[in-house]
Design a protein around this ligand. Structure first.
Ligand SMILES: *Cc1c(COP(=O)(O)O)cnc(C)c1O
Length: 398
């Protein structure tokens, strides 16, 4: 008998987990194994955009569970075709590749950009420019694309072909371009990196620069997509059209699924056999995607998110006005950050103990990610808890 098994968890300690086990969810609310109720303003990190266990999505999932779970992408999968068509009908994209996570969607985007330059245009370009403070995932290529050192520690050698530029700095972006630049990859709001929306002029400059130099524009919509920012996709705020964009978090309402979408000119770069995924776009996953997209588009959920976001930011700014602990309230739609003057880790814990689940975005930012159907009453409750907490913080600091 091995004694190392003792009382330690059999899981890798990759997460500093909260001492809470959630066992049930409905709408904006979660319950733990002791029956304590929480108002969920983190949504499993921007995933459960339609709330917990949304009825229409659940019905689509249960129906599909009765019919067929998995075949293989060697077969036509009608749900996958229909889910892709819904996404292309509602965006500037013409072709979709389904995968299982955000990192995989970004991997596919990086591979597609390189292959387009190397196989279709034949120019051999391979470099991807990304931005300081960005977050693009945890696979070797996507953690290299990520503009934060902490995700790279201990994983060298990292793949070649990535360059970094500071966000919202036009001259620096232009200077980062070389004759090897294949793509620029950008989030419309840097979410993990502290809730920093890209400035409109900068996004438009980046899009023009791409056009001028024959560079592909990849927009990482993994956190900002599916209505989160008050539009179906974040890039719609900027009047630009990416060549490639990626989705995951909100795409399956809590079911794991990702997608990489691109304009028609890129279709032939992913010819048969060039890329693949065993589980990508299964009948179950794409039944859920179909129901999710139909609901978000049909019920104008992005508009609801825009309105709720305006209300939430307004209530926060009013109740936090003059609080010296708070530096700024910013964001887009229902992706909102409260930047404080000191680390907020303890505040996240205290909020949870008062029944509100929120998360950080970098050390000093409290990130709010309620579901997109959140009510004004629920917003008032969350704002009440946060403003009381932040008022006490001020008193403690003085
Ligand atoms: C979460 C996230 C990813 C990574 O998605 P995973 O599903 O965790 O691989 C990539 N980019 C952005 C912007 C994200 O928020």
């Amino acid at each position: 008998m091995s004694d190392v098994k003792g009382s330690e968890s059999s899981l890798f300690p990759t997460y500093a987990r909260y001492p809470v086990a959630l066992v049930k969810g409905q709408g904006s609310w979660l319950w733990d194994d002791k029956g304590t109720k929480y108002l969920d303003f983190m949504c499993g990190l921007a995933v459960t955009n339609l709330g917990h266990a949304p009825q229409k999505i659940k019905e689509a999932l249960v129906k599909q569970l009765d019919e067929l779970w998995h075949v293989s992408n060697l077969f036509h999968i009608p749900n996958q075709e229909e889910a892709a068509r819904l996404l292309t009908d509602n965006s500037c994209a013409d072709a979709v590749f389904f995968c299982n996570s955000g990192a995989e969607a970004n991997e596919a985007a990086i591979k597609l950009a390189r292959r387009y330059h190397q196989k279709v245009l034949g120019n051999g370009r391979y470099e991807i420019i990304t931005f300081t403070n960005s977050f693009h995932g945890r696979t070797l290529a996507t953690l290299t694309a990520t503009g934060q050192d902490k995700v790279k520690e201990g994983f060298s050698p990292l793949p070649e072909g990535f360059r970094y530029a500071p966000l919202n700095d036009e001259a620096a972006l232009e200077a980062a371009i070389t004759d090897q630049t294949a793509a620029i990859m950008i989030e419309t709001v840097q979410a993990e990196g502290g809730v920093h929306p890209v400035e409109p002029a900068f996004m438009q400059f980046a899009a023009k620069l791409c056009e001028k130099h024959g560079i592909l524009l990849i927009v990482d919509e993994i956190q900002t997509g599916m209505g989160r920012t008050g539009k179906l996709f974040g890039f719609e705020h900027y009047g630009i059209e990416p060549d490639i964009f990626t989705l995951a978090k909100g795409l399956g309402s809590g079911f794991p699924v990702g997608a990489m979408l691109a304009k028609g000119k890129l279709r032939e770069a992913f010819s048969a056999g060039s890329h693949g995924s065993t589980f990508g776009g299964t009948p179950i996953a794409t039944a859920v995607v179909k129901a999710t997209v139909e609901t978000i588009v049909g019920d104008r959920v992005a508009d609801q998110a825009a309105q709720a976001g305006e209300y939430l930011v307004g209530q926060l700014r009013t109740s936090l006005a003059g609080n010296p602990f708070v530096k700024e309230v910013r964001g887009k739609g229902l992706l909102i950050g409260i930047e404080c003057v000191q680390p907020v880790g303890d505040l996240i814990t205290e909020a949870r103990e008062r029944g509100l689940l929120v998360v950080t975005a970098g050390p000093n930012v409290i990130r709010l990610l309620p579901n997109l159907l959140v009510t004004n009453e629920e917003i008032d409750q969350a704002v009440g808890i946060l403003s009381a907490l932040l008022a006490e913080q001020t008193a403690a600091a003085q």
